[in-house]
Design a protein around this ligand. Structure first.
Ligand SMILES: *[C@@H]1O[C@H](CO)[C@@H](O)[C@H](O)[C@H]1NC(C)=O
Ligand SMILES: *[C@@H]1O[C@H](CO)[C@@H](O)[C@H](O)[C@H]1NC(C)=O
Ligand SMILES: *[C@@H]1O[C@H](CO)[C@@H](O)[C@H](O)[C@H]1NC(C)=O
Ligand SMILES: *[C@@H]1O[C@H](CO)[C@@H](O)[C@H](O)[C@H]1NC(C)=O
Ligand SMILES: *[C@@H]1O[C@H](CO)[C@@H](O)[C@H](O)[C@H]1NC(C)=O
Ligand SMILES: *[C@@H]1O[C@H](CO)[C@@H](O)[C@H](O)[C@H]1NC(C)=O
Length: 280
């Protein structure tokens, strides 16, 4: 038992290391616009002379490569000089920098889209990022970058009060990188009231007398709210027997539980009436 759990831990750790090694955002990188100049500094270098390598090939000064002390300047950068630059001192690697071509100016439609769902009363916003040709993305709406989940979603938390008018939009910043050493950054801002939509309400009311379920479906159309609220369903049953009318109301509130408000004897002949949100 002990051995089994130990090896499981080992496998998990290896996976984590491999995943982070593949993530190019973990590298020290710099994104440079096409035809701009960039100076790389060999940080942590001692006063010994340094040499540079580009993608493991020794680098010599050239028309577009200037070397000055511990610095190296790439002039009028283009795609052919993007990749990993390393600097070496006495056969030891001292520093490395991943140079990317900054394509932010060429990204037109926002690669970020976000949604939020009301019915299950979570306050989580889920965002996705995609852009043709790009494989790696990260996103933030605060100081810390978020990594995508295994389904490629970024889950943002927010502190917006659902019962008040939203005064300021939520702003997210996203970055993308490609295997071709392209990079972009972009920002996207939105109000929750504009992205919120009803999810599946999953309201099932058990009808006591024969155990069948009444299932509600989410509305087909949704009029954008000007503010948003955690939604509550109310379903009203009206029973008529021999001229006697009995009512039972069910509500489905944000606690995530349904509770009958009042449970009177339900009669066999039943007529249901749904209140609140219309179901088809
Ligand atoms: C890049 O450096 C060259 C040579 O020093 C200079 O002539 C040019 O103006 C610089 N370009 C930019 C965009 O700074
Ligand atoms: C190297 O670059 C840094 C910052 O870019 C600059 O402060 C320093 O003077 C440069 N050194 C040389 C020898 O050009
Ligand atoms: C609420 O909806 C989100 C997004 O669809 C989902 O991931 C989450 O599991 C749901 N939570 C509950 C309690 O149903
Ligand atoms: C994108 O990066 C540039 C340079 O690093 C920065 O000046 C700019 O503010 C960034 N844009 C966004 C939306 O973060
Ligand atoms: C049980 O419920 C189903 C669905 O509402 C209904 O079609 C059926 O007639 C009910 N049966 C009895 C015995 O009430
Ligand atoms: C059910 O709701 C309706 C409308 O809100 C209300 O008039 C009625 O008194 C409620 N019945 C019960 C039993 O709570």
């Amino acid at each position: 038992m002990m051995k089994a759990s130990l090896s499981l831990v080992t496998i998990l750790c290896l996976c984590a290391i491999r995943a982070s090694a593949l993530d190019p955002f973990n590298k020290k990188f710099i994104a440079v616009k096409k035809a701009d100049n960039v100076t790389l500094r060999c940080e942590k270098a001692t006063d010994k002379a340094v040499t540079w390598k580009f993608e493991d090939q020794p680098l010599e000064p050239a028309a577009d490569i200037k070397m000055e002390g511990n610095n190296m300047t790439l002039l009028k950068l283009d795609l052919d000089l993007t990749g990993i630059f390393t600097c070496w001192s006495e056969e030891q690697k001292v520093d490395d920098t991943y140079v990317l071509l900054d394509m932010s100016d060429f990204i037109s439609d926002s690669p970020i889209s976000c949604t939020a769902e009301t019915f299950n009363c979570t306050s989580t916003i889920s965002c996705t990022m995609s852009e043709k040709g790009y494989q790696y993305f990260r996103l933030r709406n605060g100081d810390d970058w978020l990594k995508p989940s295994s389904e490629g979603k970024f889950y943002l938390t927010h502190t917006t009060n659902p019962f008040a008018e939203e005064a300021t939009p939520i702003v997210v910043i996203g970055e993308g990188m490609s295997d071709l050493n392209h990079y972009f950054n972009t920002s996207y801002s939105f109000y929750i009231r504009d992205i919120i939509r009803p999810g599946c309400p999953r309201v099932s009311v058990l009808k006591k007398e024969n155990g069948s379920m009444l299932d509600l479906k989410p509305p087909v159309t949704w009029i954008l709210p000007l503010s948003y609220y955690p939604l509550e369903h109310e379903i009203q049953f009206v029973s008529r027997t021999d001229g006697q009318i009995t009512q039972v109301n069910y509500t489905h509130s944000c606690v995530g539980k349904r509770r009958p408000k009042k449970s009177k004897n339900q009669k066999k002949k039943e007529e249901k009436k749904k209140k609140g949100h219309k179901s088809s």
